[in-house]
Design a protein around this ligand. Structure first.
Ligand code: GTP
Ligand code: MG
Length: 725
């Protein structure tokens, strides 16, 4: 690689599923042309989850972050293509972590959805430079001006077109650079730049240009520009362009570009040469130029706060290739041909093959393993171009590369040098909130399952695997159905472990309906060693969450002291076993009030049995109440959805216990930066198993929630009866 960090641009493509991100990467690949093949290059498998697989071999919607490194005007452009489907938000987060700028891909037909709006707000909060590519302009309903207006409404100020598309005679597309007046024709003959004079400037063009110039001047720090403009003189084009680029790089101005992604059916195959095959597409050169000229070099991106392994602060460094090594694993996956591959973003220093590195241990800690840092040696480095991995000798600060065969480092780990270990802040990932219980299909599957699942969980920070101690079920917590499907498919394909989905068991409990007396008699005195234990208890239900209380009220030695703990033990064992449908009992006070013993035949075991019998006797006379687990749930939604969320929670037998407004972050102009409200509620767990999916549709993708155990509460009798058949 050996390119200085100013020669790199790291751009993440984000937006609604189906907007055309992956198709756009295809176009940009065809535009930039393939790099020279080298010794040591590797072909990736068609099912690759890192490289940009060819269209015939990839799923119709992306399920994984892919990296594609191409060159344009002598610079390396690392494109990070993210999945737009909300289940794969973890991949999106990883892409944002590795990039210095974001391209929002918006379909002129579908517009901006809520989740994209929120993402814009989030990028605004961290000042990430952004641009917008409008796709699907070939659609009959598509209108570029209307699409720009929708982006302006959704994203706020600073959103203005940089190029305008016009349908050219002959079926091609003509793009007019608003500031420069450059005119580019995309037609059957390929891309052809025309001089300004031959272009036509209409009213729409003039108005858009004036808006753009005013927008740049408003953002400009150069007062002479404003003075000239106010005095009626035409502003200097070079100054305007320089200011435009500065404003884009500073994240205060967001150019909109039209792009056409169709491949021209009649033009034959693209051989990497510029020409007829590209006739169906347009705008890709202009977009690549924007990346090069407008988007910032990695060195302009301030390094995040760093710490030492002991947690003490250390200076953040300057992102210099000769400085201390700070790199991060943003993604880990396994390719059937190449083996384990890690996508690594280098923030400072230079990553070289064979260098020993310190691994922070963040990745394993996030997956629930004991946090341990460790060292390992860096393997071969490469950059994916399409589905080919091109070897590179090193990766200096600012670069992103693929490292093969890292054994210890996982997604989220910081790599640094052994003698100067540094940690980037740990990732915060959205919680996986969709539980799916699974069971291995056969013995062989079972043997492979636990290793396979723990591997997948460390690779994917939005996946959690839990063996529920109460129900003994193996539960996959994922971001949604599609995410779970991908995980199950990888389990089968990569590890040969086939599993079946089984209904998730909600761990119920029981308590006694009312105070009751119970008598336990374990008396067997015929033949051999006898058993003799009698105990009398009085049981009363306690408020939810009280647990178990045992009170010894035996007087006069009716039960010898040494057997009192035996009675308690027997009662506890019976509580764990349950008395009716096998649900454990809880929230009881048991008073041992009387009993009888025998000098020879009484034993610890006899009193344990008698204790259990006494509890069952009490339960028989009082009846039991089924208790179900209740969750404390915090749902965060924009204000407009509060009503919907509250009424939906009530259909789930939920109780709203409070609401807190959350003001928008300062400086956010997007219409999606509306005030949000957090609704606090207590909801039975059984009603929440699919809430991850249902809240998404209720709130048009803008809601999020957090859940934690709150306790147990009586279940409505009709539901409890239905459960016990
Ligand atoms: N006609 C037309 N089709 C397009 C255009 N852009 C994308 N498509 C098609 O729309 C479909 C979805 O495009 P993708 O590029 O896979 O969409 P994506 O944004 O990557 O979607 P996710 O991976 O799910 O986030 C594909 O069949 C594309 O060929 C366009 O500008 N015009
Ligand atoms: Mg895609």
């Amino acid at each position: 690689m050996s390119t200085a960090s100013c020669d790199v641009r790291n751009v993440v493509l984000v937006g609604h599923t189906g907007a055309g991100k992956t198709a756009l990467v295809d176009r940009l690949l065809a535009t930039a042309g393939p790099p020279e093949r080298q010794n040591g290059d590797h072909q990736l498998a068609h099912t690759s989850y890192v490289g940009h697989a060819d269209p015939d071999h990839r799923p119709s919607r992306s399920v994984s972050l892919t990296l594609c490194s191409l060159s344009h005007r002598g610079l390396t452009i690392n494109l990070l293509d993210t999945p737009g489907y909300p289940d794969f938000v973890g991949e999106l987060r990883a892409g944002l972590r590795a990039a210095d700028a974001a391209l929002f891909v918006v379909s002129a037909v579908d517009g901006v959805d809520g989740a994209t709006g929120l993402l814009w707000t989030e990028c605004a909060e961290v000042g990430m430079p952004r641009a917008i590519a409008i796709t699907h302009l070939d659609h009959a309903r598509a209108d570029f001006t209307a699409a720009v207006e929708e982006c302006q409404r959704a994203f706020g100020t600073g959103v203005l077109p940089a190029w305008l598309p016009h349908r050219a005679t002959g079926g091609g597309m003509r793009l007019t650079g608003l500031l420069t007046g450059r005119i580019v024709d995309y037609g059957r003959g390929g891309r052809r730049e025309t001089t300004a004079e031959s272009g036509r400037s209409d009213v729409r063009h003039a108005a858009a240009r004036a808006a753009l110039v005013e927008g740049i001047i408003a953002e400009s720090e150069d007062e002479t520009l404003l003075d000239r403009y106010l005095s009626g003189a035409d502003p200097d084009l070079d100054l305007l362009l320089a200011d435009l680029e500065k404003a884009v790089a500073h994240g205060t101005f967001f150019p909109v570009l039209p792009v056409g992604l169709l491949t021209d059916q009649g033009a034959g195959h693209d051989n990497g040469e510029r020409g007829p095959a590209r006739a169906g597409g347009f705008g890709s050169d202009e977009l690549l130029d924007l990346f090069v000229q407008g988007f910032p070099a990695p060195a302009e991106h301030p390094l995040p706060a760093l710490t030492r392994p002991d947690g003490s602060a250390c200076d953040p460094g300057t992102g210099d290739p000769t400085g201390p090594l700070v790199a991060e694993v943003v993604k880990t996956t396994t390719d059937p041909y190449v083996g384990r591959m890690s996508v690594v973003r280098v923030f400072s220093g230079t990553l070289r093959p064979d260098d020993p590195v310190h691994v922070s241990g963040h990745g394993r800690a996030a997956a629930g393993h004991a946090d341990h840092d460790d060292d390992e040696r860096v393997g071969a480095l490469s950059r994916p171009y399409g589905s080919v991995l091109h070897s590179v000798p090193d990766c200096p600060a600012g670069g992103i590369c693929v490292v093969t065969k890292l054994g210890t480092a996982e997604t989220g780990d910081t790599l640094s040098s052994l003698d100067d270990p540094r940690h980037l802040p740990a990732w915060t990932m959205p919680e996986p909130l969709l539980p799916i219980a699974i069971r291995a299909r056969g013995r062989a599957d079972e043997d492979r399952l636990s290793t396979a699942l723990s591997r997948l969980a460390v690779e994917d920070p939005t996946l959690r695997v839990v063996q529920d101690p109460e129900t003994s079920q193996l539960v996959l917590w994922s971001m949604g159905e599609a995410h779970a499907e991908v995980v199950l498919e990888r389990l089968a394909q990569r590890y040969g472990a086939t599993v079946d989905r089984v209904p998730t068991v909600i761990p119920l409990r029981e308590t006694l309906r009312a105070p009751a007396r119970g008598l336990g008699r374990q008396v067997k005195q015929s033949g051999g060693h006898g058993q003799y234990a009698v105990c009398q208890i009085e049981v009363e239900p306690l408020p939810p969450g009280s647990g178990f209380e045992f009170v010894d009220e035996v007087v006069g030695g009716a039960i010898p002291r040494s057997f009192i703990p035996s009675v308690e033990k027997g009662i506890r064992a019976q509580m764990a076993q349950g008395v009716r449908a096998g649900h454990p009992l809880t929230d009881l006070r048991v008073r041992l009030v009387d009993g009888k013993s025998h000098s020879v035949d009484s034993s610890d075991m006899a009193f344990q049995i008698a204790g259990g019998l006494a509890l069952r006797d009490a339960a028989r006379s009082s009846g039991v109440v089924v208790l179900e687990p209740v969750l404390a749930v915090d749902v965060s939604v924009p204000d407009e959805f509060v009503g919907t969320v509250v009424s939906d929670l009530s259909t789930r037998r939920g109780r709203v216990v409070g609401m807190d407004p959350v003001p928008p972050a300062p400086g956010s102009a997007s219409s999606f930066a509306a005030t949000r409200t957090v609704v606090h509620a207590e909801v039975p767990e059984s009603e929440m198993s699919r809430y991850a999916i249902e809240l998404r549709s209720l709130s048009h993708g803008t809601g999020s929630f957090h859940r934690e155990p709150h306790g147990y509460e009586p279940m409505p009798p009709q539901l409890a009866d239905a459960l016990s058949g």
